[in-house]
Design a protein around this ligand. Structure first.
Ligand SMILES: [Zn+2]
Length: 159
């Protein structure tokens, strides 16, 4: 049994066999072989280079239908796992887009603020210009009035 396995506790009172190392064998569960989910006794040094080749099934031979069910469940699990990966990838892309969008909003806000400031400056300039034009208009009207008065009512210079 070279596949991946995990240790599980046992509540069965059967005598625990010892592996070739002379140590009581823990019960493990097969995951990556044709007997997925089936428990077995393996070497206590499993996972190290010191392990021996001891192997003994703990569970009886499973019915074929159970194996089918387990295989289907594993396939479903694999499907869910790859779907989850896709979802994570999609989420990552959406977050990137959101980040980009926020940056665009920030830039647009800055541009709008600059445009508003420029507009306000322009309005102030226009007001100043209008005030200046009015003052000039008043001066011109006054000058024209003086000219008209001088034309129609010339001052008689004493001779
Ligand atoms: Zn051993």
């Amino acid at each position: 049994m070279q596949g991946s396995s995990s240790i599980s506790s046992s509540s069965v009172d059967a005598p625990t066999p010892r592996c070739h190392c002379g140590v009581r064998s823990p019960i493990r569960t097969a995951w990556k072989c044709d007997y997925t989910g089936r428990k077995f006794y393996g070497c206590s040094r499993y996972g190290t280079s010191m392990r021996c080749s001891f192997f003994q099934w703990y569970d009886p031979e499973p019915l074929a239908c159970y194996s089918d069910v387990i295989h289907k469940l594993l396939e479903t699990n694999e499907g869910i796992r790859s779907e989850n990966m896709e979802l994570k990838k999609g989420r990552h892309e959406l977050l990137d887009e959101l980040c980009h969008f926020q940056q665009c909003v920030h830039e647009t806000t800055s541009e709008l603020e600059a445009a508003v400031a420029a507009s306000m400056t322009m309005e102030d300039n226009m007001r100043a210009s209008v005030a200046m034009t009015r003052r000039r208009g008043v001066v011109i009207i006054a000058l024209m009035s003086v000219i008209v008065l001088l034309v129609f009512f010339p001052i008689k210079v004493a001779s």
